[in-house]
Design a protein around this ligand. Structure first.
Ligand code: ATP
Ligand code: MG
Length: 196
């Protein structure tokens, strides 16, 4: 089932983040969400994931769905290495060997046993992405997941993400048109509410 967003509004105090936002997110494909900084993309993703409540409006199609998520911040345990950060949250059915293999696929061979506080921004981002991709999900929510990656690395990681999430609903927030083109699928532009 598609995700149907109807007339969603959200305020923080007196500050309107978005007002009457409606969208259809197609099941089983990629939908990219673009909007200026501060327009409410992260807030919308948090509402979709049930981490925040909208003030008004409705969302259909999220009921009973498992969500995999890459947050805008990496949300890693700083003192744990990449393998532990992933095994900590993924199903017991996933072996340490599988985690290592996936980390190697995204170019983290050799650094998988370092505490993540010692890793670069792009390496941390890839750890967060593998963690989400190894979780059990129907809907994958990605908040600027490729930020901090250089261009050639980014293409490899986008390819990897497409392969791993094939057939699933993927919701990608990005500021980068090239990412949107590469990932394909639908585009939703969120226009900021004009506050008077
Ligand atoms: N918990 C909160 N309390 C108060 N205001 C908030 C909170 N979370 C977000 N906001 C405000 O809501 C607005 C939208 O924030 P949000 O993070 O959703 O934007 P965004 O579109 O994801 O921006 P960016 O592209 O910079 O990540 C901002 O003005 C922000 O300050
Ligand atoms: Mg954001």
């Amino acid at each position: 089932m598609d995700i149907i967003v109807r007339n969603l509004s959200k305020k923080y105090g007196e500050k309107k983040v978005f007002h009457n936002f409606s969208a259809i997110i197609k099941e089983g494909g990629v939908t990219s969400i673009m909007a200026p900084s501060g327009a409410g993309k992260t807030t919308f993703l948090r509402i979709l994931a049930g981490l925040e409540k909208a003030d008004e409006g409705s969302i259909e199609g999220m009921e009973g769905k498992n969500i995999g998520m890459v947050f805008q911040e990496d949300r890693l345990c700083e003192n744990l290495n990449s393998v532990s950060n992933i095994s900590f949250v993924c199903s017991n059915a996933i072996t340490r060997q599988q985690i290592l293999e996936e980390l190697h696929k995204v170019g983290l061979a050799g650094s998988e046993l370092q505490p993540v506080r010692e890793l670069s921004g792009g390496m941390r981002r890839r750890t967060a992405l593998v963690r989400a991709l190894l979780s059990v999900y129907d809907i994958l929510i990605l908040d600027e997941p490729f930020k901090g990656l250089d261009e050639s690395n980014k293409i490899e990681i986008m390819n990897y993400t497409l392969k791993k999430s094939m057939g699933k609903t993927v919701i990608l927030v990005t500021h980068d048109e090239n990412e949107v083109k590469f990932m394909g699928g639908e585009i939703i532009y969120m226009y900021p509410h004009i506050i008077k």
